[in-house]
Design a protein. Structure first.
Lengths: 475, 430, 181
């Protein structure tokens, strides 16, 4: 708890606000460049990186196997059947894409709100977005049964004269997710262009010079270019913000537009978005905490970042909890027998355990402990918490999908759902793919935006010339 | 050559400028004029005139509640998020929150009208509707079922208990936050980190509690005017709507104050622009939630839900609903998109005024079609004008009360880490 | 556009701090130089303002792109659902505008975003993999790291090798170099 006579010797704490500093002290332009670009340009890849790479690669192998088998046999290898026609594929799709949203939130919304602390983490959060979207986008494609006909989703002029029908949220998904992937890549790439310039200029090997030179598009740091670039970044941020909201909203429409109790709820859009950001921040923590340790980035990703992410999780988790509460309340207030039964069944039916897991992981544990500042800045604790929230958010989607479906209007059609080993293999396989891509990213691309960090350094402030020419007075 | 403008100095006198007193007087006159008009209209309109007066009163209550408790919400929000906008708008927000006593009076007043406004408070209203042929058998069955099912919540006793609990909680937060703010001013600058944390801790939990209590009253006051309808996002829509109207109002106040000291010194172009952007975000968010609710119910097309929209779109309500869309979203959205507009004080004020009118208009659209004589059938009567007279009178009285509260303490807080930054010249010139 | 001085792109001065650069840029603008540019490792808004670069056209391009996306998708949806392939879906009208809003919205953002990105690159004339400035060794080693540059370009009518060098040397630079094509 806060005490009034506030003194500290911790150099990481800013005496003016009592908060942790966003950046460690004593950084210069050059030290920032060196620290970040050396991770990429070093000829000595750390052994640990190889270790993770091999593990992640093998897990990706499992995914490849599962998908190949799926293509050979069809979706019958999964547990989906009537009445639970949507299973792991949709759960994983929503889970992954939700994780991606925190990256956009950090890079776009926090940029608009001038939250300087985001600068240290936005790049790898954006990378996380893109890799999460890769994993997410795979599921609907492999779920369609005949993925080679996937292009039917788009409004293309076929000889059959058949067109997609635009009143279905599943088609909205096609546009939402493809736009999201495109804009995320554009935003991410454009953000890296100046940093590629830096890497090009610092690279020693001709191959690296050539590679980063091409990637940098010949960036030379002209302030005219910088100004357009800044405008474009702000505009892209301004576009990505409503986009990220719309993407998870459209995903919530996949459910809410149907008339099934448990899915047809007007709170779904905001509550899905909040849940997405909640799980996404958890994933950022899961990635950032080991990374800062492994690459010694403690001065750039500080306790302040961890603390702030904890606060964002507290806020979005609060909205999620509000959503759960309103769902339960409305199932009664609606005065509808079906709504009421669905909620009773969700909580106390045969799959009630899943609801309990979800309440514990998303509400009971994080939303009580995150209030405490000391725990929010405890790195180990936050790492564990992030894993718990990730689990909880997966279960949230499980509960929404499965418990709304398995006991619908007619008791004679009630069934259950039990995932097969191929369901699990595909899911864990995407975890491997995600890690695999992420490892490639940290090795070959600048994972912290150098130019944005430099902008925050005290030496970047434009100072007036000392009145008595050329500083003869000192200060 | 190297010209350099130094940081500005905070004026010695931070109290509210004398013009606030003039606003207060003007608002009182408007309140009295419109209150008299309201009563005259009620006499002219007869029984339906009086009914509309009560409904107008409900709109006025909801609107002023949005300003007052929305002010409390934004006050807590700025403590939690930190940032420069908090320093700028803290005192206006505090003054808004301190008008809570007026809202409590309004709320007690609403108690006298329950039997004319809510079917759950007076089952006679259902019978009346059936007798007049306004409620058909299907509707009657649905209403009867809902009244029975929801009786544990929707009854007069529970209504009073829940309202009292909510107001007690809000009173606690309002008085705590306002009292602590003065203590923080008296304390030294070195103690600011302590206060920041203390405010943050209180406000963080406060927002949670506020969201829940606000949802409860939004259901009692507005949603339950139609006992059969339900929407889970309703509370959130109100929460965002309150932020929408409070930001618009706060910007109007800040811009008007910035004509003279001390706001002249502290309101820079950058922060004005940022406030415009922030408002834009709420314009978007408000539309987003409203459209999401509409699209879900429209697609579902369930008899339990769709009628609520049918009541509000059919007949001439389509026109009202279109105007609402323009005022509420399209106009503020298109205008606030412009960079130049957000930097222009007069024009930004205009947009904010439109937003407040839109909010009142939206409440009219939410409330009036809930009553069976107006559902799917907007018709002009003297009574309809009550929706202008009563809310304007109540809001004007509220504004007078706000101005009075605003004068009671300095309009700028001094112990704030952002103060130095806000006093810097806008563009550092070397 | 004037034909550049044969063999010379401009005169390049290196500065240690952003403040020095901004001062020099302001001085140059006041001195009547117009064709010049600053090069910095991160955006320095003050430097852009000092050389008279205030507004850019990226927002306009983005707005136009966004509106095009909106119109394109909404028309496509309406044409497909009403004329090309009318199907009754759960009794919803053929012209289901509430449903059409969603993809039209996504395309607004898609087109606006792509316009912002490619518009910026086009306005900046990127990609330009070769540029005379890259011939200067200290530019290569510092411009994207921690040094700040001001380049007076040879296309400026005022440009003359000796006077440009003299002017820049008065501004307290670390070095002044002639940039060759």
């Amino acid at each position: 708890m806060a005490t009034k006579d506030f003194t500290t010797n911790d150099p990481m704490i800013d005496p003016e606000t009592g908060e942790f500093r966003v950046l460690g002290q004593g950084q210069t332009f050059n030290s920032v460049t060196a620290k970040i670009s050396d991770i990429v340009l070093t000829p000595h890849t750390p052994w640990g990186w190889y270790g993770f790479f091999v593990v992640a690669g093998s897990v990706t192998g499992i995914l490849m196997t599962a998908v190949t088998w799926l293509f050979l046999k069809g979706v019958g290898i999964w547990a989906i059947t009537q009445p639970v026609a949507w299973g792991f594929a949709i759960i994983n799709f929503v889970w992954w894409i939700g994780i991606g949203h925190a990256g956009t939130l950090i890079s776009a919304i926090l940029l608009l709100f001038k939250q300087g602390w985001r600068n240290s983490i936005n790049r790898f959060a954006e990378a996380m977005t893109i890799f999460a979207v890769v994993c997410a986008g795979m599921f609907p494609l492999i779920h369609v049964g005949r993925p080679w006909l996937g292009y039917w989703l788009f409004p293309l002029p076929f000889t059959m004269n058949v067109w997609p029908q635009f009143r279905s949220p599943l088609l909205w998904d096609v546009f939402a997710v493809s736009t999201y992937a495109t804009i995320s890549v554009v935003f991410w790439y454009l953000g890296m262009v100046p940093d590629f310039g830096t890497l090009r200029d610092r690279a020693k090997s001709p191959f690296a010079q050539y590679f980063y030179g091409m990637m940098s598009l010949g960036w030379r740091g002209s302030v005219k270019h910088w100004m357009r670039y800044e405008t474009a970044s702000l505009l892209l941020a301004g576009l990505a913000t409503p986009l990220v909201l719309s993407v998870h909203t459209v995903i919530s429409f996949d459910f809410a537009v149907a008339v099934l109790p448990g899915w047809h709820t007007t709170i779904f859009p905001p509550y899905f978005v909040a849940g997405a950001i909640y799980s996404g921040f958890a994933m950022v923590l899961t990635l950032a905490i080991p990374l800062r340790k492994f690459y010694h980035l403690e001065a750039l990703v500080t306790e302040r970042h961890i603390d702030n992410m904890g606060k964002v999780m507290l806020g979005t988790g609060g909205i999620v909890a509000y959503g759960y509460g309103m769902e339960v309340f409305m199932s009664w207030y609606s005065a509808s027998h079906w709504e009421f039964f669905m909620m009773w069944n969700r909580m106390f039916g045969p799959m009630g355990w899943a609801y309990l897991v979800l309440i514990f992981c998303n509400i009971a544990f994080p939303l009580t402990t995150l209030w405490v500042r000391k725990w929010r800045t405890n790195i180990t604790f936050m790492f564990i918490l992030s894993l718990i929230v990730n689990t909880g958010m997966w279960f949230e989607r499980f509960v929404i999908v499965v418990t709304s479906l398995y006991r619908d209007f007619l008791p004679s059609s009630w069934g259950t759902y039990r995932a097969t080993k191929w369901d699990y293999a595909t899911f864990f396989g995407t975890l491997g793919l995600f890690t695999f891509l992420f490892l490639l990213f940290v090795r070959f691309l600048p994972m912290i935006p150098m130019n944005e960090i430099k902008l925050m350094l005290p030496s970047a402030k434009i100072k007036p010339k000392e009145p008595a020419a050329a500083g003869s007075e000192g200060h | 050559m190297a010209h350099y403008s130094h940081a500005k100095v905070l004026p010695a006198d931070l109290s509210a400028p004398p013009m606030v007193k003039a606003w207060q007087a003007r608002a009182l006159v408007v309140a009295i004029l419109f209150a008299v008009t309201a009563v005259v209209l009620a006499f002219v309109g007869g029984a339906s005139g009086w009914d509309h007066l009560w409904r107008g009163y409900l709109v006025g209550l909801t609107l002023t509640w949005g300003f007052s408790c929305g002010g409390l919400l934004m006050l807590m929000l700025q403590y939690v998020t930190g940032g420069k906008w908090g320093l700028l708008l803290r005192r206006p927000f505090e003054a808004m929150s301190r008008t809570l006593w007026l809202i409590i009076l309004y709320w007690l007043g609403l108690g006298l009208m329950l039997s004319r406004l809510y079917m759950w408070a007076n089952p006679g209203l259902v019978k009346e509707g059936v007798d007049k042929g306004l409620i058909n058998t299907t509707q009657f069955n649905a209403i009867e079922h809902c009244l029975q099912w929801k009786h544990p919540m929707l009854n007069v006793g529970t209504y009073w208990v829940v309202g009292a609990i909510c107001f007690a909680i809000w009173f606690f937060y309002t008085s705590r936050l306002n009292a602590m703010s003065l203590q923080r001013d008296k304390d030294t600058l070195a103690a600011t980190p302590y206060w920041i944390k203390k405010f943050e801790n209180l406000s963080g939990f406060g927002i949670v509690v506020y969201s829940l209590t606000m949802t409860a009253l939004s259901i009692y006051w507005v949603m339950s005017t139609d006992v059969t309808w339900y929407s889970a996002v309703y509370g959130l829509l109100f929460l965002v709507g309150q932020a929408y109207q409070v930001l618009a109002f706060a910007i109007i106040v800040a811009l008007a104050l910035s004509k003279v000291e001390p706001f002249k010194t502290i309101l820079r172009g950058v922060e004005q622009y940022d406030l415009g952007k922030f408002t834009f975000a709420f314009v978007m968010l408000n539309m987003y939630i409203a459209f999401g609710q509409f699209l879900i119910i429209w697609s579902g097309n369930l008899p339990e839900e769709i009628n609520w929209y049918m009541d509000r779109i059919n007949g001439h309500w389509g026109i009202i609903c279109t105007i609402d869309f323009f005022l509420h979203w399209l106009i503020p959205f298109s205008l606030l998109l412009s960079r130049d507009l957000k930097s222009n004080k007069t024009r930004l004020t205009r947009v904010c005024q439109i937003m407040i009118v839109a909010k009142a208009f939206d409440l009219f659209w939410l409330v009036e079609p809930s009553y069976k004589d107006a559902a799917r059938n907007l018709h002009f009567s003297w009574g309809i004008l009550e929706y202008i007279a009563v809310p304007v009178a109540m809001t004007a009285l509220w504004v007078a009360c706000f101005c009075w509260e605003l004068q009671r303490r300095p309009v700028v807080q001094v112990n704030d880490p952002h103060l130095a930054e806000i006093l810097e010249p806008e563009h550092a010139v070397a | 556009m004037a034909i550049p001085v044969e063999g010379t792109y401009g005169m390049l001065a290196e500065f240690e701090t952003p403040s020095d650069l901004v001062r020099a840029a302001q001085a140059a603008y006041k001195n009547g130089w117009r064709r010049m540019d600053c090069y910095t490792p991160y955006p320095v808004e003050e430097a852009a303002e000092a050389i008279g670069f205030h507004k850019n056209r990226v927002p306009l391009i983005t707005l136009i792109g966004g509106l095009m996306g909106l119109v394109a998708m909404f028309s496509l949806e309406t044409w497909i659902s009403v004329l090309a392939y009318p199907v009754n879906i759960a009794g919803r009208p053929l012209y289901s505008w509430p449903a059409f809003v969603v993809p039209a919205y996504e395309w607004t953002i898609l087109w606006a975003g792509l316009s912002a990105c490619f518009g910026t690159l086009a306005l900046c004339g990127l990609p330009t993999l070769y540029h005379p400035l890259f011939n200067v060794p200290n530019f290569r080693s510092g411009a994207t790291d921690d040094k700040f540059f001001l380049c007076l370009e040879a296309t400026d009518p005022k440009f003359e090798i000796v006077s440009a060098r003299e002017f820049l040397e008065e501004q307290g630079p670390v070095s002044v170099v002639e940039v060759e094509y």
